[in-house]
Structures are given as structure tokens and as C-alpha cells.
Ligand binder design. Structure first.
Ligand code: NAD
Ligand code: DAU
Length: 351
């Protein structure tokens, strides 16, 4: 029975990962550590809250005492570090909290894991710290080429810079203390439980409410979209079989420009939900500051070493996602109503 300390497990990818693991394996124990910011929502995990192999602990990854206690009370085999401030637009408005959670929080997680796992002769057997990072640390691509694991880091936004900072601290623990680590760098995820501030759920939500759809700049920025379950599968594989110290890029050669995404969603809603929804909702707005033009992952390493490949084609994944949001309107209401923001706002008042 392996014990996974999953941070940020109440967020979008984290909750999908917790659900994926508990569905796939009977012999894993998951401790979900999440402070529950506006982006963390325990409703996502309702179906597993009584599962004996699942436990939730509300704690901040920056809190040394709280995280130390979790390591003291549990035999943790793996840390999977999802917890982060994740939205680029928020980072442009308020960079400090990104440095605090993403960099200092990760360092605290590394330190607490090190205190628990280091032995006189090395490291407790079989442990690993997996840090979930992003392709945004590589910066922006021109019209050709892809991000490889060897591409130099060149982040632009406060978000991606804080993620690059945390990646380097994880690498430092691997290089300096020989801590068993992996870093995964994934492209844009989409799917159930994504907070409707990110492009795909925001467009779906605005279509359902017939609200203007804000398109930044010329709408021709390109992202490389991956269905969230395929990302969860990749993380599971890297924990189990990833070579220690290695970085793995995760993406499925699925590049689309933003306007294409917006039009696909409008068309689906028009044809299947409400024929009065159309492209007149599209509203060009001021471009994001420092807006990266194109992301594209080269996934050769994870494919060749671990046999990972994305199983969900975009055409299927986007339909599954729209249907999920249609079937879960109450979830959208709850997460956007502000009910979950009180804790976060109190905590970071004035920052
Ligand atoms: P999210 O914003 O949906 O969820 C983040 C979770 O972390 C929330 O549950 C939140 O409450 C929690 N959290 C935030 N600060 C915390 C703190 N100080 N202590 C404890 N918990 C805290 O994010 P997401 O989209 O699920 O992304 C998860 C991870 O994956 C992030 O590290 C992100 O950088 C990375 N990533 C995301 C994508 C994507 O497309 N969404 C792509 C590549 C990598
Ligand atoms: O590439 C991985 C990254 O993908 C993750 O590391 C981040 O956590 C995640 O938020 C995501 O970042 P992006 O900035 O690419 O995602 P976002 O959904 O915010 O924006 C996608 C594209 O759509 C981007 O070019 C900006 C544009 N956009 C976004 C919003 C929210 C719009 O045109 N209008 C919008 O309202």
C-alpha cells in the first residue's frame, strides 16, 4: 500500500488525479493537502470522501508545522505537488502570492519531505517527490519547433517565472542532496472541474449565460491542449517508472489557436443547447500583457521511455467537457458565487 501526499488535490488537475488514482487502484492511500483557495473545491471529491483510502487535510503548503505533522503522522511514499496559484491573469495583477505559494510553498514541501525521508546512509527506499510543472516555463515559441526537456527556461509572466523558480528548487534538491525527484511539464489541460476563469470553461459558461466572450488580442495565440485524464495517467506513470532526477514533458501534439477553441464551443452550444447562441458573443479585448504566442510540446521522451500517449482526441475531449459543464451547472454556480473565496481572502488580505 503506497501513500501519496497530494498537494492541491481540491483543484482542477489535483481532484481529477485523486479520483483517477482511487478508481484505478485499491491499494493506494491518498492524503489530499489543500488550503482551499478560491480554486479549491471539496465538492469535486464528494464521491470519495468516505473512501477509507482517502483523507483530506486543510493546510497551507507554506506552513512548516502543519506539513511536518502530516509527515510525522503518515508513512508518506510519494509527494505529488500540484498546489499552486495557477492563473496567469491573476499573477499579472498580484505576483506576490505566486512567489509565496509556488516558490516558497514548494521549498517548504521539499524541506519537510527531506526531513522525513533522509536517512544516515541516503534516502528511505522507494520514495519520490514529483513536482507538477508547466510548459510555460519554456517561454514562447515562434511558428515552428517544439519545447523539449532540454529547451532553456525562459518564462515571461509572474506565474510562469514562479513555476520556473519552483522547478529549479526541486532540481536543486535532486542535484545537491540526491533527493529522488521528477518534474513533469505539461501543456494546457481541459476537462471536468476546471475553474471557469480559464479559457475553455469560461467560454462554455459565457455561452450558457449568453455573456460576451473576451478574446485577448487577435485570438491567434496557440496552446497545446490535453484532456486532463491523459495528464493524470502521465503523472501516475512518471511516479511509478520515471527515471530519478528526470524532467518529462507531457503534451499530445494538439495545437489550436484560441479563436478555433471559442468557435468550436459556440458551435456545439448553438447546435445542441441553444440556437440563439452564436459568434456575436465574441468580443475582442485588450491583449494580455506579455502574452506568450505559442506553446507546443515534444512528448517523445515520455512516449519512448514510459509508453505514455494521450488517449482522448481533442474532438472527443471537448465534447465530454462541454457535456460535463452542462450537467454540472450547480457546480459552476457554487464555485463562482464566492462561497469558497472567504478563506482565501481573509488569509491574503492586503497582499
Ligand atoms: P488550480 O488553480 O485549479 O488548483 C490549485 C489547487 O491548489 C487549489 O485546490 C488550491 O486550493 C490549492 N492551493 C493553492 N495554494 C495553496 C497553498 N498555499 N497550500 C495548499 N494548497 C494550495 O490549478 P490546476 O489547474 O489544477 O493546476 C495544478 C498544478 O498543475 C499547478 O501546479 C499548475 O501550475 C500545474 N499545471 C496546470 C496546467 C493547466 O492547464 N491547468 C498545465 C500544466 C501545469
Ligand atoms: O500551458 C500550461 C498553462 O495553461 C498552465 O500552466 C496554467 O496554469 C494554465 O492556466 C494555462 O495557462 P494559459 O494562460 O495558457 O491558460 P488560459 O486559459 O488563461 O488562456 C488560454 C489562452 O486563451 C491564452 O492565450 C489567453 C487566452 N484567453 C484567456 C482567457 C481567460 C482569452 O483570449 N480570453 C480569456 O478570457
Amino acid at each position: 500500500m503506497k501513500t501519496y501526499l497530494v498537494t492541491g488535490g481540491a483543484g482542477f488537475i489535483g481532484s481529477n488525479f485523486v479520483l483517477y488514482m482511487l478508481k484505478k487502484y485499491n491499494d493506494v492511500k491518498i492524503i489530499n493537502v489543500d488550503v482551499l483557495t478560491y480554486a479549491g473545491n471539496l465538492e469535486n471529491l464528494k464521491s470519495v470522501e468516505n473512501n477509507p483510502n482517502y483523507k483530506f487535510v486543510q493546510a497551507n503548503i507554506c506552513d512548516k508545522d502543519a506539513i511536518t505533522k502530516i509527515f510525522e503522522e503518515n508513512e508518506v511514499d510519494y509527494v505529488v505537488n500540484f498546489a499552486a496559484e495557477s492563473h496567469v491573469d491573476r499573477s499579472i495583477k498580484n505576483p506576490e502570492i505566486f512567489a509565496e505559494t509556488n516558490v516558497l510553498g514548494t521549498v517548504n514541501m521539499l524541506n519537510c519531505a527531506k526531513n522525513s525521508w533522509e536517512t544516515e546512509t541516503g534516502w528511505k527506499e522507494g520514495v519520490k517527490f514529483l513536482h507538477v510543472s508547466t510548459d510555460e516555463v519554456y517561454g514562447s515559441l515562434g511558428e515552428t519547433g517544439f519545447f523539449m526537456e532540454t529547451t532553456p527556461l525562459d518564462p515571461h509572466s509572474p506565474y510562469s517565472s514562479s513555476k520556473a523558480g519552483s522547478d529549479l528548487m526541486v532540481k536543486a534538491y535532486g542535484d545537491t542532496y540526491k533527493m529522488p525527484i521528477n518534474i513533469t511539464r505539461c501543456s494546457n489541460n481541459y476537462g471536468p472541474y476546471q475553474f471557469p476563469e480559464k479559457l475553455i470553461p469560461l467560454v462554455i459558461n459565457n455561452c450558457l449565460n449568453k455573456k460576451p466572450i473576451p478574446v485577448y488580442g487577435d485570438g491567434m495565440n496557440i496552446r497545446d491542449w490535453l484532456y486532463v485524464e491523459d495528464h493524470c495517467k502521465a503523472i501516475d506513470m512518471v511516479i511509478r517508472d520515471g527515471r530519478l532526477g528526470e524532467v518529462y514533458n507531457v503534451g499530445g501534439h494538439n495545437e489550436r489557436n484560441n479563436m478555433h477553441i471559442v468557435k468550436t464551443i459556440i458551435e456545439y452550444v448553438h447546435d445542441n443547447v441553444d440556437s440563439t447562441v452564436d459568434e456575436s458573443l465574441i468580443t475582442y479585448v485588450e491583449d494580455r500583457k506579455g502574452h506568450d504566442r505559442r506553446y507546443g510540446i515534444d512528448p517523445t521522451k515520455i512516449k519512448e521511455e514510459l509508453g505514455w500517449y494521450p488517449e482522448t482526441p481533442y474532438e472527443e475531449g471537448i465534447k465530454l467537457t462541454i457535456k460535463w459543464f452542462l450537467d454540472n451547472k450547480e457546480w459552476i454556480e457554487n464555485v463562482t458565487s464566492g462561497a469558497y473565496q472567504n478563506y482565501y481572502e481573509k488569509m491574503y488580505e492586503g497582499k
